[in-house]
Design a protein around this ligand. Structure first.
Ligand code: BTN
Length: 234
């Protein structure tokens, strides 16, 4: 356990060799804690999927208690994507809606936010997994492929620095500024997508990310707004 990282949002760092999931551990910890694990046994992905978390990757979660309305939490997830993309700027990282980080069109990072506690008094766990030196499947990439000198501690430091900056912006009601940065970094806008959300599938051109974080898709039936789901390029 390391305490007080100067200037950073993080008050305490909890470091583990192995955990089931850093998101699960972060649930038990006070706000502004950072949990890191070298390896996860039950790493969690979005939509109930598993996140393979072998040694060599960067797996961490931040416990937060944002003064925000519950319905604004998707903005926090999108903001986290902007922070990671900025930290990986030298790799020309781009954002795929809702919050995958891509390099050369391949996934390098996934983000899973979870809301815990009661509606009136909730915490948010932002979990970030970055492929660094871990082996990855074909549709994904890792940083080592692009830079043999990559250093996980430095990447983590850069992400926390950017996260601190963008989180403060979000809490100071600067979401629209962040939204424009998201759009600038977007890999999705202008592409033809298929988004599966609940039992509906939307197909068409992604034309904007709205003020509320929804993806605007121009379909044959008209313009639709999608709030979450699985997005594929077609
Ligand atoms: C996704 O793209 O499906 C999201 C993946 C999120 C993975 C990270 S790794 C650290 C944190 N702990 C977890 O169990 N999941 C997130």
């Amino acid at each position: 356990v390391v305490r007080s990282v100067r200037g950073s949002l993080i008050k305490t760092v909890y470091y583990y060799d192995v955990l089931d999931s850093t998101n699960n551990k972060a649930r038990e910890l006070p706000e502004n804690s950072l949990v890191i694990a070298e390896e996860q046994i039950m790493g969690k992905g979005r939509l109930g999927r598993k996140w393979f978390s072998k040694k060599g990757g960067l797996y961490f979660s931040i416990a937060l208690k944002p003064e925000m309305n519950l319905e604004d939490i998707p903005k926090l997830t999108l903001t986290s994507g902007v922070a990671v993309a900025r930290a990986l700027e030298e790799y020309q990282a781009r954002l795929k809606w809702p919050n995958d980080v891509l390099i050369n069109g391949k996934k390098v990072c996934g983000i899973l936010s979870e809301i815990v506690g009661e509606i009136e008094n909730f915490k948010v766990i932002v979990g970030i997994g970055i492929n660094v030196e871990n082996a990855v499947p074909d549709y994904a990439t890792n940083l080592k492929n692009l830079n043999s000198e990559v250093n996980r501690a430095e990447i983590l430091k850069d992400v926390i620095e950017q996260f601190t900056k963008y989180y403060k912006m979000l809490l100071s009601r600067e979401w629209n500024k962040i939204r424009f940065e998201w759009l600038e970094l977007s890999d999705t806008i202008g592409k033809f997508v298929e988004v599966k959300a609940g039992n509906r599938t939307y197909r068409g051109k992604a034309i904007d990310m709205d003020y509320d974080g929804g993806l605007i898709v121009e379909t044959e039936e008209g313009t639709e707004k999608v709030f979450s789901g699985d997005c594929f390029y077609i």
